[in-house]
Write a protein that binds this ligand. Structure first.
Ligand code: 7PJ
Length: 275
């Protein structure tokens, strides 16, 4: 699969299906940890046209608990095997821990999706030794405290300059630019206003010359943009956001609801919306 290019399905963004193997994930927590449910989820994503599957073994939602390397590996490694039994989709691992990266790289992972943008000690050096995709995400603070008081002078400029700096560091360390995508990190140390400003300026991130990944699926900003009960489904709002992200040039969308997202993107595209 090409990374930088559109897939050949009507120039849609790549759709990355989220498969959490954590007991505390905010929206499908606890439902996908055993073998059968992982296989079922992966088969469903493959059948509905996902381009890759993102496995997360530690929740990074606001306030979530840190898990040990061993615990994270105990969740992620079997899930990789089960997904491979179920389908041949490329696998992304959502981790910021160098030790976890090392293990999954030895099992031939396709992408390292790092909410910490390879800032952990040894992460850059490790990734430089592998031909693997990587997603560099911006966040302010840590998942434990990041929503306490996010603050920026200019959120778009600050996120841009962080990502630019990380891209430079990656290239200095020997990573290939063609393997890297960037992500403004919606909801990671951002108020609703910050998220809205970033989304409004998504096109600006094209200047970084690598694919832009957007993850807003079911996030609290979707609910907060209109008055909504906490337990109400955020699916419709997430689909609207996916379409706008496509229009603003996002090349990878990280989503929970793969068939619904693809339906929305295909219809939007068939009716004249372009990436
Ligand atoms: C993101 C992520 C995101 C990338 C999570 C959640 C929280 N990785 N991992 N971008 N979010 N690259 O899904 O609500 O936005 S975990």
């Amino acid at each position: 699969m090409k990374f930088k290019m559109h897939n050949n399905k009507q120039a849609l963004p790549l759709v990355m299906g989220i498969l959490n193997v954590t007991p505390d994930s905010f929206s499908d927590g606890g439902k996908t940890v055993d073998r059968d449910s992982v296989i079922r989820a992966a088969e469903m994503m493959a059948k509905s046209g996902a381009d890759l599957i993102d496995i997360g073994g530690e929740s990074t939602r606001p306030g979530a608990n840190i898990v040990s390397v061993d615990e994270e590996l105990a969740r992620v490694l079997p899930a990789m095997d089960w997904i491979r039994e179920a389908c041949d989709l490329p696998i992304s691992i959502d981790t910021y821990k160098t030790e976890v990266m090392r293990e999954v790289l030895s099992k031939g992972v396709w992408m390292i999706n790092d909410v910490n943008a390879l800032q952990a000690p040894g992460a850059l050096e490790l990734l430089a030794q592998h031909d693997v995709k990587v997603c560099l995400m911006h966040k302010q603070g840590t998942p434990q405290t990041m929503q306490a008081s996010p603050s920026y002078e200019n959120v778009v400029e600050e996120v841009m300059s962080f990502l630019k700096n990380r891209l430079e560091k990656c290239q200095e360390s020997g990573l290939q630019l063609s393997n890297i995508c960037v992500d403004p990190g919606f909801g990671f140390g951002k108020t609703l206003q910050h998220n809205v400003e970033l989304f409004g300026s998504l096109e600006v991130f094209q200047q970084l010359n690598c694919p832009v990944l957007v993850g807003v699926s079911r996030k609290s900003m979707i609910g907060a943009l209109q008055k909504m009960d906490l337990n109400e489904s955020r699916l419709a709002g997430s689909l609207a956001a996916a379409i706008v992200a496509m229009q603003k040039g996002a090349q990878i969308l990280r989503v929970h609801d793969v068939p619904e997202t693809l339906q929305a993107l295909r219809v939007a595209s068939a009716l004249g919306l372009h990436n």
